[in-house]
Design a protein around this ligand. Structure first.
Ligand code: NAG
Length: 137
């Protein structure tokens, strides 16, 4: 005699293992990226940074002189990953896209920025070169 509830349980277990396998697969398609923001403000000044994505709020952090702020994440399956950050200094402030999958997937998997009195520089693909990209508002 067939016990229907046992079949239901078995089916449910099978369903869960398929879901788990799919999630693992998605992890291998997506890749990890990292953002690093370093403090190059003159005369030992701090800045604050507040990064967010659609799903994450990374909170406000105070970055001390010559210190760095860093976070990492997995790009989502849809290629719509976007992290935007409010950077506040005594010279000015602004909200900038520090990681945008469509713009940055080829440019960097470790995306380095430098906060200065003029604004924010991005590390160029040429070694040792920084490009000025964001002026304070
Ligand atoms: C920078 O932040 C630290 C810790 O919050 C604080 O003690 C220090 O006074 C700040 N320095 C400046 C120049 O604002």
């Amino acid at each position: 005699m067939v016990d229907k509830s046992k079949y239901a349980l078995l089916l449910f277990a099978l369903f869960l293992s398929v879901v788990a396998a799919l999630e693992k697969k998605e992890d291998s398609i997506t890749f990890k990226a990292r953002v690093i923001v370093d403090n190059k403000l003159p005369s030992g000044q701090n800045f604050t940074i507040h990064c967010k994505s659609k799903d994450d709020d990374l909170d406000v952090h105070t970055i001390l002189p010559n210190d760095i702020y860093t976070f990492h994440f997995y790009n989502n399956f849809w290629g719509t990953t976007l992290f935007f950050c409010r950077v506040t200094t005594s010279y000015g402030q602004g909200v900038y896209d520090l990681y945008k999958f469509k713009r940055d997937k080829k440019r960097c998997s470790v995306c380095v920025y430098r906060v200065t009195k003029d604004g924010v520089y991005a590390v160029s693909t040429e070694p040792g070169r920084y490009d000025f990209i964001f002026k304070w508002e």
